[in-house]
Design a protein around this ligand. Structure first.
Ligand SMILES: *Cc1c(COP(=O)(O)O)cnc(C)c1O
Length: 400
């Protein structure tokens, strides 16, 4: 039964992307960034066109492509002017770069706890962690579901601190009538090969603020070398530039991928509602929660298990499904402050307590409740989805 059921990998690359990449190769111009002030400071034709198209789709004033979302996050923290000793509130339950970007500037990540339904930062925990040193919040829209941006922006404006959104997993997800990644001061998207739309490696920063856009472009491309020529050395004298530039091939591919975003997201939403239907009555299983004010674009399908109701532990489920070649994963990530980076390195440099008990909800989600799969992409056929459904039900019955 497994033999004729090989699960295809996610592949959204088609003839359009091949044509786009060939167009760039034939031109011989694989990147057209110059590290001096002038038109080419902002990159080549594909990069600049991709940025315009991204801004139009997301209804945002400035889109600045990057080599990755990690580069984008580092640029965003630099752009808002974070300095050594400043505190930035971050999530413990996310990909590592959403917090480590703060350490690059010698500032202190302060971990707030998450909501047990969405796994996104809990606004009340954010508020409880604000001190006179707090300069910013980095909000993550985990698994494709926007965080509680209404409450978070209200706190941020009242306390006069800035908000960076890590929208790497949520391109196209709406909070109210706005796209996640366009609500805070800077939003960061990823285009790495695992994400809903991809260019192999890549990222985009969005902002409606002209000065932040200038600073992001300077940080992307060795800004300290051009502020003099640009005539802004007074205003932007603190800029430390990197090379976070995107190449022309990636940008050309990104332009095609962006056209597919709506369709890829609605495909994911259809598959998720199918799984919801199939899984919702399994004893002890909680299907993904979706807030009434937002849409979910299901980068991953995150569930919870209550062992007192299922009668078995999460690890047994994962192991049994694995034996049937179905990859479900448990825990998502260990709360980031338990990593060696914080345990062995930066607890000393920042003088903070990064220990167990810091974020009890995140710890519980990691150690007991959360499990997820990524079977949501358009290369999967109905027979694959049904195979997953049948086996989940079968394993659940047998373990119960
Ligand atoms: C993928 C991801 C990143 C990093 O993206 P890269 O483009 O690989 O640097 C950052 N944050 C989150 C939440 C992610 O999922």
């Amino acid at each position: 039964m497994l033999d004729d059921l090989k699960f295809p990998g996610n592949n959204s690359i088609g003839p359009e992307e091949i044509e786009a990449a060939s167009r760039v190769l034939k031109s011989g111009i694989l990147s057209n960034f110059y590290g001096s002030w002038g038109d080419n400071f902002r990159g080549g034709i594909e990069v600049q066109s991709f940025e315009e198209e991204w801004s139009e789709y997301f209804s945002v004033k400035h889109s600045i492509t990057m080599n990755s979302a990690t580069g984008g996050l580092i640029a965003a923290v630099g752009a808002i002017g974070i300095n050594p000793g400043d505190e930035v509130i971050v999530s413990p339950y996310t990909m590592t770069a959403s917090a480590s970007c703060v350490l690059v500037y010698g500032a202190t990540p302060v971990f707030a706890d998450i909501e047990p339904q969405t796994f996104n930062l809990d606004a009340s925990s954010i508020e409880a962690n604000i001190t006179p040193k707090t300069k910013a919040i980095i909000v993550v829209h985990l698994a494709g579901q926007p965080a509680d941006m209404g409450a978070i922006m209200e706190i941020a404006r009242r306390k006069k601190i800035l908000v960076i959104e890590d929208a790497a997993q949520s391109p196209g997800a709406l909070y109210g009538d706005k796209f996640s990644g366009t609500i805070g001061d800077i939003g960061v998207f990823s285009l790495n090969c695992h994400k809903t739309i991809q260019t192999g490696e890549g990222g985009v920063c969005c902002t409606n603020n002209d000065e932040l856009a200038d600073r992001l472009r300077l940080i992307r491309n060795h800004g300290e070398a051009v502020v003099e020529e640009m005539g802004t050395s007074e205003k932007y004298g603190d800029i430390i530039g990197f090379n976070f530039r995107m190449g022309e091939i990636e940008a050309a591919i990104g332009r095609e991928q962006l056209k597919k975003l709506d369709k890829l997201n609605s495909g994911r939403q259809e598959i998720a509602s199918q799984f919801n239907e199939w899984f919702k009555d399994l004893p002890g299983l909680t299907i993904p929660y979706v807030s009434p004010v937002s849409t979910h674009v299901y980068y991953t399908y995150m569930m919870k298990i209550d062992s007192s109701k299922s009668g078995f532990k999460r690890c047994h489920l994962i192991k049994n499904l694995g034996a049937r070649k179905i990859d479900f994963f448990e825990g998502y990530v260990e709360p980031l402050y338990m990593q060696p980076l914080y345990q062995r390195g930066w607890h000393k440099k920042t003088g903070r307590h990064y220990g167990e008990g810091l974020c009890p909800v995140a710890e519980k989600m990691y150690s007991e409740e959360v499990f997820y799969h990524t079977y949501l992409h358009n290369s999967l056929k109905d027979k694959h989805l049904r195979f997953i459904k049948d086996n989940v039900h079968d394993v659940w019955d047998k373990l119960e």
